[in-house]
Write a protein that binds this ligand. Sequence first.
Ligand SMILES: NC(=O)c1ccc[n+]([C@@H]2O[C@H](COP(=O)([O-])OP(=O)(O)OC[C@H]3O[C@@H](n4cnc5c(N)ncnc54)[C@H](OP(=O)(O)O)[C@@H]3O)[C@@H](O)[C@H]2O)c1
Length: 284
Amino acid sequence: MQHVRFPDGSTRPSLGLGTLRMGESARERAREVAAVRLALEIGYRVIDTAEMYGEGGAEEVVGQALAEALRAGTVSRDELFVVSKVYPHNASRAGVAAACERSRQRLGLDRIDLYLLHWRGAHPLAETVAGFEALCARGHIGRWGVSNFDVDDLDELLGVPGGGACAANQVYYSLSERGPGHSLLPWQQRHRMPLMAYCPIDQGVLAGHARLAALARSRACTAAQLALAWAMRQSGVMAIPKAVREAHLRENFAAAALVLGDDDMAALDALFPPPRRKPPLAMV
Ligand SMILES: NC(=O)c1ccc[n+]([C@@H]2O[C@H](COP(=O)([O-])OP(=O)(O)OC[C@H]3O[C@@H](n4cnc5c(N)ncnc54)[C@H](OP(=O)(O)O)[C@@H]3O)[C@@H](O)[C@H]2O)c1
């Protein structure tokens, strides 16, 4: 398993589990808790969630699965890296403290390891950063970062007091959405700030891509695995595919063991050409 390095020197696996669409329906809850528990048994150690997902429902699913796994000894708290996100409308200095408290309760955790601003909103960045820094000082979060920030947003963030402590930026990055590879990823690599790639299999679409699947067959893997291995091959990139089905969870985890060579990367460039000019940052 490859790792990404955070600015504080800590390292975490380049593959995590997404939880979008979890916690939305009571009927699905047991299945989703079981999926997160299975993920932990398989070896996933990074879990990405947000107060927005299922309006707290996804954090509750994760919280229940973590509590059960910790009780059962499947995993220790130190190995886990739990990421959550605050809604932009809650990102005032006082608002982040209140939102973080609710998230910690739902997750059943004393500390959220990485806490992100979900996207830019109306609250000044300086206020959000001050709120995040206060949460770090209290030990309620391990570090903070942002999501859906483009290069100009990150430049602005660095100009805010304390903004240089930003630990990560999570953006839409996949073979079919290569925009961030043009300038954003190089910017983040220069600043040693990991890029968390969301929708790394384009919400399942890349798994059914006929030409990607043909290329994958010639490499004895699947299209989804190739998409994930492509993301993880890049320095400082962590992929966070979401899966509930056992076959998907296992298939995606196995992608972390794939080693792509330069010829594989060139074949993927031919199928999904990188943009020549910087496109606007895409968001889901
Ligand atoms: N920061 C943001 O603004 C933002 C935005 C979007 C997403 N995210 C985060 O990023 C995570 C990943 O993005 P995403 O969930 O939108 O999309 P994704 O991970 O690209 O795709 C998830 C979908 O693909 C299916 N799938 C997973 N593995 C598969 C495989 N090996 N073969 C075929 N299908 C497969 C899943 O099905 P099953 O679930 O049925 O197994 C699910 O329907 C999210 O869950 C969330 O944590 C963040």
